[in-house]
Design a protein around this ligand. Structure first.
Ligand code: AMP
Length: 314
């Protein structure tokens, strides 16, 4: 059994009201793989980098049990580069640069040992590349999760819809859900998106938490109110890594497990944003995760009488 992760492995330059960092490690697949390994150690990475990406970082990934046989390293070429600037509310950001570099002509080749992966996480990436990965699988995975973003909706909507028709769960943010569905109400947007293929939909709302839609049910996972959000980059990917890592560990995708996975994912994301890049995730301890999960339990735990009687107020 394994968890296949495809996505960008990148350099990022990030500006937030707390400061800025240049050419730090990033990429959707980097965040996903790191977060997933806290729950599930058999992660298989598919991506591409230039020979400028630090070798020590590849060793770090391997030390966490990530199989990097599917990570192509292109000699003399540059890794994917993304530059973003967050606005003061930290909920919105402007992309200042997206240099595809090695990603421009990336053809993902799945090593033989990857082809029967039971769990697949299609991180944010060109939809055609996500499709190429699915085409090479020789057995239907138990769960395929897909992440995407507005950028691909703008430039590759037909391919994006094709991938969507083949996956079980989509994660996107609220603006993207509105763009994809053409609906303003998130409930209507979710209903429309669930007709496009996936059985489950996760709508991420940044500091306002995340919603899981399945048939007629909706589950809400709050985001933990934090004193300081230093850098929201990778929060969505870290959520996805924690989410699917927990499901792979449990090997159970029933709705109850999905709901729990929402909390595991949210806890990981809340830790990720406390420092720039992957600094927090790379130094995280098991105790810190348990403490954070406890904070989520405390945040949402309450007693209520369902057969409300007005005399109780007196
Ligand atoms: P998130 O904050 O969860 O959206 O993820 C941010 C990460 O996604 C950064 O580390 C970037 O390197 C990567 N990224 C940014 N733009 C793209 C894109 N168009 N396609 C794939 N990955 C991207």
């Amino acid at each position: 059994m394994s968890l296949l992760v495809v996505g960008t492995v990148a350099f990022d330059s990030i500006k937030t009201p707390f400061g800025s960092v240049e050419k730090v490690i990033g990429g959707a697949a980097t965040y996903i793989s790191w977060a997933a390994t806290f729950y599930y150690r058999n992660v298989k990475l598919v991506s591409v980098i230039g020979d400028d990406w630090p070798e020590t970082e590849i060793h770090h990934l391997r030390a966490r049990g990530v199989d990097t046989e599917g990570l192509q390293i292109r000699k003399g070429q540059k890794s994917f580069f993304w530059e973003g600037k967050y606005n003061n509310d930290m909920n919105s950001r402007d992309t200042l640069a997206t240099d595809l570099n090695v990603l421009a002509d990336f053809d993902p080749i799945l090593p033989e040992s990857y082809k029967k992966s039971r769990y697949v996480m299609l991180g944010n990436l060109t939809p055609d590349i996500q499709l190429r990965v699915l085409e090479q699988l020789t057995a239907r995975p138990k769960l395929i999760v897909m992440d995407t973003m507005n950028y691909w909706m703008d430039v590759a909507m037909p391919s994006l819809k094709k991938v969507l028709s083949k996956v079980d769960l989509l994660t996107i943010n609220d603006d993207e859900a509105r763009q994809l569905s053409g609906e303003h109400s998130l409930v209507k947007a979710a209903n429309a998106i669930l007709k496009m293929g996936p059985s489950y939909l996760v709508i991420k709302k940044g500091e306002h938490g995340a919603l899981l839609f399945y048939r007629n049910s909706i589950f809400f996972a709050p985001a933990l109110p934090l004193q300081d959000v230093v850098d929201p980059t990778g929060a969505g990917d870290t959520f996805a890594g924690g989410f699917i890592g927990y499901l792979a560990q449990s090997d159970n995708i029933q709705y109850n497990y999905m709901k729990r996975a929402m909390i595991y994912g949210s806890a990981m994301a809340s830790l990720c944003v406390e420092e720039f890049s992957l600094q927090k995730i790379q130094t995280l301890t098991h105790d810190e995760i348990v403490d954070r999960l406890n904070e989520f339990v405390k945040l949402t735990k309450f007693n209520i009488k369902l057969n409300y009687d007005s005399n109780d107020d007196e």
